[in-house]
Design a protein. Structure first.
Length: 305
């Protein structure tokens, strides 16, 4: 029976988006995009709301009229990334194409796409917050507790104590784990990401999202895959990038969107470029923080030399 590549591509597209949601260390940020409108391509619509504050209740005239403004703001996802892969007809036939393509694309996302999406998101948060809400610091056992606590206090003073998360590389998190003055404040709790219920360590009740340090640099170059020296594609730290020590913010602050758009598959008879199955993959993604949420974010990184 011939494979319906159009229907298979739709199933792949949904599965690939779910893999990013659950596999990325930043996947929980996509939960804040539930009200975002997406109809394909690079544009999305983000809801924007403003409300009047309380007024004085009058026993004769009753309530003071308030105002509600609710509108959608169109944003363009700046990250437009893609690749195509050929699966030779001699290696893959109709009977094993779906299994083979699934294995290839799953591994591609696990090793290439998910690390890049994570890296972009953390560097983007850093870029948005560093001007007003960032600090430079080289982690040290003697000072990490006071420095981290000061940033947590600043966020709590702005946003309150609920719903906070700490994002930090494993190397810095290990410094907390092995510090006898701190580890008494480290516990374990549940953390929901997509359909997954994860067990994460917490600091004073705040979940710590641990991230490979290579994904937490202050800036990256996202290679185009065509330019000399960038043929391998992917991403690399920018020339003067340094290590991000931590990001502290409410879980509801980052709005992250990641969409596999118009995933395509062609059989060897349709593919005119080679006697092979052709798989074309395109990923749009980006991250935003609303202006009124930015004061509730704190970022800390090692100073550049």
């Amino acid at each position: 029976m011939a494979i319906n590549t159009i229907e298979a591509a739709k199933i792949f597209q949904t599965a690939l988006d779910q893999q990013v949601l659950e596999g990325a260390t930043s996947g929980w940020m996509e939960e804040n995009a539930t009200q975002v409108i997406y109809n394909g391509g690079s544009e999305i619509k983000i809801p924007k709301m403003s409300l009047s504050g309380l007024g004085k209740y009058d026993r004769d005239s009753g309530y003071v009229q308030g105002a509600v403004t609710y509108a959608y703001e169109t944003r363009t996802m700046t990250m437009d990334r893609g690749r195509k892969f050929l699966l030779d007809k001699m290696d893959v036939d109709e009977t094993n194409f779906v299994a083979s393509a699934s294995a290839v694309m799953s591994e591609f996302q696990r090793t290439q796409v998910i690390p890049e999406v994570d890296a972009y998101r953390y560097s983007r948060i850093y870029a948005l917050a560093k001007g007003q809400y960032g600090r430079t610091y080289t982690p040290a056992a003697e000072t990490i507790l006071s420095t981290l606590t000061a940033d947590i206090t600043a966020v709590q003073d702005s946003a309150g104590a609920a719903d906070l998360v700490i994002i930090m590389p494993y190397t810095v998190a290990d410094m907390l784990d092995t510090n006898e003055k701190i580890n008494r404040n480290i516990n374990t709790d549940d953390f929901k990401q997509g359909e997954l219920n994860l067990k994460v360590k917490t600091f004073n009740g705040i979940p710590i999202i641990r991230v490979p340090s290579a994904r937490m640099k202050t800036a990256y170059v996202f290679n185009d895959g065509k330019t000399s020296g960038q043929e391998a594609g992917g991403f690399t730290p920018a020339a003067k990038a340094t290590q991000i020590n931590w990001i502290i913010c409410p879980k509801s602050a980052p709005i992250a969107v990641s969409k596999t758009d118009n995933f395509k598959m062609f059989d060897p008879e349709t593919n005119q470029s080679a006697d092979a199955w052709l798989v074309e993959y395109r990923k749009f993604h980006d991250l935003w923080i609303k202006d009124n949420m930015l004061p509730s974010v704190r970022v800390c990184a090692v100073a550049s030399t």
